[in-house]
Design a protein around this ligand. Structure first.
Ligand code: HEM
Length: 462
């Protein structure tokens, strides 16, 4: 039976009744797509193939260091049951120029953004000029190798193995190093200090059971959001891959923290209510409490909540411009724009850069870094054009989405921030503040590329 990408039930990956095609799909799919793989420490190697033969030799040689999605899911279960340590993550993605260099035509790939490459999508995305990107991203990148684990020595050892496999004509054009950030409670945060990676589309039955189908938000999304038949694999009905968007996003933490303070001042917020300023930019307080549900952050021990929609909030609680509302309008219109348009993607980013201060605390803006830290934004898509690009350009960068006067996404919006915006003066108040200029852009794209993460079946015989 062909893999049902549009199944309305989450995939019970461990079911004894799984059909042969779905089993083969899980045995050949790379990990980290259906379920996040631990990558507290992450090395990202960007490669250039000198010739097709060496490129293919390397891809084949990498397979023994990799594991399947099924093996990963089994490792996750074993860890939860008995704390058994898993194996490191090695993921491989190939860009359009990479496939061409390997001697493959790319017309069988359905995605136009992938077939153009990120450098050629800058007008669609309002990205900065390629000449301003970090040098290695300006080069032609053929492949990416992601090496992740909970500990740094394991990443270092696996990285050394990968480098030891590189044939002479394969060059490392650049490298990024991811390093997880955690708040005082151990929750994963990004550099502005907010809990991240909480709201995700879930594909698997055990994930959906664990989070629970909420009364306001169903975290289940069909596999069609992330999987695409691998057109170059021996059996495209069993062998699937996913498009990876990689973007290095530098965060000016000082400027963002100053913007939070300025907004609190403009709105006349006092005492603890000043924390609502940042929450109105993100849509959650720093500890993940959703502004849609609470006007104050819940206790830090409270689980990070995800069961909410914006159906009954015109912006009095969570402004329509908040980052998480712009990028996921959650059933607020037309039966759920994110569902009817199929936009949600699986975010798998990792923070980069080290700092001496505590990103989660209230130390003043002037003690915060202005650069050198940020997010290695990564997400899996079945269509880069309809998911990542649509979310970034039609939603985050468009001041008129979802309605006139919304403004840019204050966190990731790119393009000139003209037009003024308004915020609720108190939580739940229909009275909005006088119009004010939007917060400045504090996230800068430093380069990136689109890749396809092929099936293991392809990599064994590229
Ligand atoms: C430095 C850049 C970024 C920062 C600091 C950032 C920060 C955050 C934070 C703090 C959350 C809340 C945690 C959660 O709900 O999971 C979040 C959620 C989210 N972000 Fe970002 N983000 C960044 C880049 C992006 C980009 C580039 C996109 C897509 C184009 C994006 C899309 C989303 C989505 C879809 C959610 C979940 C919304 C929901 O389902 O409620 N983010 N982000």
């Amino acid at each position: 039976m062909p893999v049902n990408l549009t199944n309305t039930q989450p995939l019970a990956w461990d079911s004894a009744n799984l059909d042969a095609d779905t089993k083969a799909m899980l045995d050949n799919l790379q990990p980290n797509i259906l379920q996040p793989h631990v990558r507290e420490h992450l090395s990202v190697l960007f490669l250039h193939f000198g010739d097709a033969a060496d490129g293919k030799r390397l891809l084949k040689a990498l397979v023994p260091l990799m594991k399947s999605a099924r093996k990963h899911l089994e490792e996750v279960r074993a860890f939860r049951q008995s704390q058994a340590a898993g194996t490191p993550y090695v993921g491989v993605g190939i860009s359009k120029p990479g496939y061409l260099k390997l001697g493959h035509a790319t017309n069988a790939f359905s995605d136009n953004a992938f077939k153009s490459g990120m450098k050629h999508r800058k007008d669609t995305l309002s990205d900065p000029a390629v000449s301003s990107w970090d040098k290695h991203f300006q080069e032609e990148i053929h492949a990416v190798v992601l090496i992740g684990d909970a500990t740094e020595p394991v990443v270092a050892a696996t990285r050394a193995k990968v480098l030891g496999l590189l044939p002479a004509s394969v060059k490392v054009v650049g490298e990024e190093t991811g390093l997880g950030q955690r708040d005082a409670q151990g929750k994963g945060i990004e550099h502005f200090g907010y809990v991240d990676g909480r709201s995700q589309p879930l594909f698997l039955a055990d994930q959906v059971t664990e989070e629970g189908k909420g009364t306001n938000w169903n975290p289940f999304f069909p596999l069609s959001h992330v999987l695409e038949a691998d057109p170059l694999a021996p059996k495209p009905k069993q062998h699937f891959g996913s498009y990876l968007v990689f973007r290095k996003l530098e965060q000016n933490v000082r400027a963002f923290r100053q913007a939070e303070q300025d907004l609190a001042d403009h709105l006349g917020l006092k005492g603890d209510d000043r924390k609502r300023a940042g929450a109105m930019l993100v849509g959650r307080f720093r500890n993940g409490t959703p502004l849609r549900l609470h006007g104050k952050a819940s206790a830090d021990t409270f689980p990070v909540q995800n069961d909410f929609s914006y159906r009954d909030d015109t912006g009095a609680k969570c402004p329509v411009s908040a980052h998480i509302r712009k990028t996921n309008p959650r059933d607020s219109r037309d039966g759920g724009l994110e569902r009817s348009l199929g936009v949600m993607m699986a975010r798998r980013g990792q923070t980069y850069g080290t700092r001496a201060d505590h990103p989660w605390d209230d130390a003043p803006p002037e003690t915060r870094p202005t650069g050198g830290v940020g997010l290695l934004f990564m997400a899996f898509n079945s269509s880069l054009q309809n998911q990542f690009e649509f979310m970034q350009s039609a939603w985050a960068n468009t001041p008129g989405f979802p309605a006139d006067g919304t403004g840019h996404d204050p966190v990731i919006g790119q393009g000139k921030r003209t037009g003024k915006v308004r915020f609720p003066e108190s939580w739940g108040a229909t009275k909005l503040s006088p119009s004010q200029v939007q917060v400045p852009q504090t996230v800068t794209m430093k380069g990136g590329e689109y890749f396809f993460m092929p099936s293991l079946a392809y990599l064994k015989n590229p």
